[in-house]
Design a protein around this ligand. Structure first.
Ligand code: FMN
Length: 189
């Protein structure tokens, strides 16, 4: 599938078929990720791919965190939400944790973060072009010491996103967007 069709069809996918994503396919996606534009070629991105038992450890962490967000973590509602989180994560064939260098220089830090997110976008679009579904998450996962330990985060780096990856359980239509024409001013002359 060409890039424009992949961009137009991409949508966040939460449910995946159990089929594993072959390692060479994930490597191909990551090779697309690192083609992103990158000021001064700092190559700030790093990736950790979680599958199998590592993915299940991540699922257990997410379930514990979900539980901790309830005022009554022993209650039925909390347990059922945590179980759902664990199940959904265990049913995700692969999880790509995107890591970015944290430069002491503010401008470089910002540019590196932008580059890491462009790399992530490349990964999502390349995945869509191969019929794979993805889901990018950020939030509390980005400052989680347990996740940092799981991916072996090095000093001077931080987690900037977590991408779920797999073959979609069903085909979903892309979500609504305002047309770019409504959001664009052409400045001429
Ligand atoms: C930087 C970034 C962070 C995101 N973080 C989350 C997240 O933490 N949780 C979540 O459910 N979705 C997250 N998303 C996915 C968006 O919710 C999703 O892209 C949006 O609902 C639009 O749907 P679509 O991707 O299917 O077009 C994130 C997306 C981006 C770009």
């Amino acid at each position: 599938m060409d890039a424009i069709t992949a961009i137009q069809r991409r949508t966040s996918v939460r449910r995946f078929r159990p089929d594993p994503v072959p390692r060479d396919v994930i490597e191909r996606l990551l090779d697309c990720a690192v083609r992103a534009p990158n000021h001064k070629l700092t190559e700030p991105w790093r990736f950790a791919v979680l599958t199998g038992a590592a993915r299940d450890r991540y699922a257990a962490m997410r379930a514990r965190q979900r539980l901790a967000r309830f005022s009554a973590p022993d209650g039925e509602e909390a347990r059922s939400a945590a179980d759902k989180m664990r199940r959904e994560t265990e049913e995700t064939p692969a999880i790509v944790v995107v890591v970015c260098a944290v430069s002491p220089d503010e401008r470089t830090r910002e540019e590196d973060f932008a580059a890491a997110m462009m790399a992530t976008a490349n990964l999502l679009i390349a995945a869509a072009s191969l019929g794979l579904g993805t889901y990018l998450r950020t939030g509390s996962i980005m400052q989680d010491p347990e996740v940092e330990a799981l991916v072996g985060l090095e000093q001077g780096f931080r987690v900037v996103g977590v991408v779920s990856l797999g073959y979609p359980a069903s085909e979903e239509p892309p979500r609504r967007r305002r047309p770019a024409a409504e959001l664009t001013r052409w400045v001429q002359g």
